[in-house]
Ligand binder design. Sequence first.
Ligand code: PGA
Ligand code: ZN
Length: 429
Amino acid sequence: MTDTAIAFVHARRVWDSRGRPTVEADILLENGFSGRAIAPAGASTGSGEAVDLRDGGEAFGGYDVQHAIANVNTEIARAVTGMDARDQAALDARLIALDGTPNKSRLGANAVLSVSMAAAHAAAHDSGQPLFRYLAGKDADLIPLPQIQIFGGGAHAGRRVDIQDFMVMCPGANSFAQALEWTAEVYRAAGKLMAEAGTLAGVADEGGWWPMFSTNEQALDMLVRAIERAGYRLGEQVGIALDIASSEFGRGGRYKLALEERELDSAGMIDLLSGWISKYPILSIEDPLAEDDPEGFAEFTRIHGKSLQIVGDDFLVSDAARVRAAAAKGAANTVLLKPNQRGTLTETLAAWTAAKETGFSAIVSARSGETEDTTIVHLAVGWAAGQLKVGSFTRGERMAKWNEMLRVEEALGARARFAGGSVLGRSRA
Ligand code: PGA
Ligand code: ZN
């Protein structure tokens, strides 16, 4: 037994940014070093995601996680005690085998992921390095370009508008710190514009302004005005990123846009988005078509893939095999990496490896249900993913990530290389 062997595993219930229970795991090594991680949770989940195990019943709307916690404290603890925390692949393979299902439905992806990530933290502490450097080795230097939400929507705002995230990216910034400064100005300008229009009504689930609009285009217009009011050159310094999250309103090739009061087929949806792309400085679009519409995804990518980042979230669910299949089909050119969509770090990293092999870009992403946990910040740098999506520019669970990235950028000092616009996924064909 090495002294980095896992001596003790313990999970407890903590609470996320939506006031729901979630799983926090602690891992203690034989040598006294320890690691801790908390599982996040989504609201607009892809059907191919690993299962977030909830208790059901009356308490806390059915969202309690007593079974997931018990799974960590009994079966999982027994199975991983004595394993070397530095061997993430072996640890994750043990967790996957122990669960025994294709989607972590027995033990719960929330249970499994908290342990997978806590082990990485413990191993990093043992190595005397921050997690990002432990993961990357001494070569870590790529600081991601952030996607930051200005207006919320979709499932995160009571479906007030169809589109889920209206975000900005700052490809013209020359550091992460500057990208945050610019975003702060745009966020403030958007709030002022909403106040002037008499439509300021607080914030949505991830902290973006509540979308008091009567069309999706109104939101896009307002975002453009906010960027201009803040004084940035459209598209060049600050551009728009959208998460359509269209699996939320699209099924079987039919898309029901509540706000626009119309139903579109796949071609109609592509036309609608193409109109927006020609009119607004859009740099990135996530889930433009639904998870069950790979043909639509491929057609959209054929038209726009050379000039636009096309991101698969619900469509790819951080899954290596799906990334390879999508690449073979020419559908999307970028994968969103959400560790809890798979349940282990090893599987999530495999999706990024598949992406690199097929010419896809990647964005490490938070969920709508988040906490103070900043593991994804370290994954984004440690894996050199190049992009990071965390939600808005308010609220502690979001700012915990942005602020942690500021610390990482500072720690790297002159070696830090801000990704800027160079990492924006576009088909290399
Ligand atoms: P979710 O949304 O965490 O609620 O699933 C985030 C996203 O769709 O990117
Ligand atoms: Zn999404």
